[in-house]
Ligand binder design. Structure first.
Ligand SMILES: [Zn+2]
Ligand SMILES: [Zn+2]
Length: 276
């Protein structure tokens, strides 16, 4: 049966532990193919809660390798394999191969154990890693055009655009405002845009270190208004915001975005599905 094209927000949180929101991960369904974008802690169970099976996901794109985007990779890798996945391709910035090898090395003895039980190593010891070096077209086997641009964040970070003949969706990853994201998102139907810099009690008050961290974060992330500016300049139809710190005021975030952007606004929550 044909799957409707959609985005499922698996995790809409950030690194700060949060009972309401899991760390970053999204599932994109396009051309009947489920594609995982980032793999924060708990992504595998979130995939299952969303009605999909980890072994059916053969493509994972990392925007970057900060903890909130990759700590779920070990479980996705070995859990999907034990459920029968035979093939996996992982795309990401430079460092993705070392990261994968490091995770696999912690699992080495576990993999040996499962092989000794009779399980084929296919699907875990032969994972294809594609490290992206430059902006532009990403070389994939997907029937979807994937392009990327480099973002402004402490780590090498790519935003991705997935384009078919009639739909386009962009995932920003983490970034401060940057024109490359406007260009990548030009005319897209949907942009999933990080929105980490909401007014937040955790960083307010008199703690000098927390105050300093908050100041520094202004160089790495976006406010609701900044996300809205990008969506407006790019002329996208729908702006989905994510990457939220704990205890945000969703209404306030919505209003701040709406003061800039006239399109469809979604202040997303975990497991929310948005049709493309
Ligand atoms: Zn980050
Ligand atoms: Zn992040």
């Amino acid at each position: 049966m044909d799957q409707e094209a959609k985005v499922i927000m698996l995790g809409t949180g950030a690194p700060v532990p949060n009972l309401e929101r899991m760390p970053s991960a999204e599932l994109l369904i396009m051309e009947n193919i489920p594609i995982l974008i980032d793999c924060g802690e708990g992504a595998t169970t979130q995939i299952m809660k969303a009605g999909f099976q980890p072994q059916d996901i053969h493509h994972l794109f990392f925007t970057h390798l900060h903890c909130d985007h990759m700590l779920g990779y070990g479980q996705f890798l070995i859990g999907g394999w034990t459920l029968g996945r035979k093939k996996l391709t992982v795309y990401g910035p430079k460092g993705t191969r070392d990261f994968h090898e490091a995770v696999l090395s912690t699992l080495r003895s576990d993999v040996e154990y499962r092989k000794s039980l009779g399980r084929s190593p296919e699907g875990i010891l032969d994972v294809e890693i594609i490290e992206i070096e430059d902006a532009g077209l990403v070389n994939t086997s997907l029937p979807i055009e994937v392009t990327c641009e480099e973002m402004v964040h402490y780590e090498p970070t790519f935003a991705y655009r997935f384009q078919t003949k009639d739909k386009a969706v962009v995932f920003s990853g983490d970034t401060s405002p940057v024109n490359a994201l406007v260009q990548l998102s030009e005319g897209a139907d949907v942009i999933v845009h990080e929105c980490c810099l909401t007014s937040n009690s955790a960083y307010e008050g008199n703690d000098e270190q927390e105050h300093r961290i908050w100041e520094s974060l202004q160089r790495e992330h976006c406010t609701p208004q900044q996300a809205a500016e990008t969506a407006k300049k790019a002329g996208v139809s729908t702006l989905i915001t994510n990457h939220f710190l704990p205890d945000i005021n969703e209404r306030q975030v919505y209003d701040e975005i709406a003061s800039v952007f006239n399109g469809n606004i979604i202040v997303s929550e975990d497991l929310q599905e948005i049709k493309l």
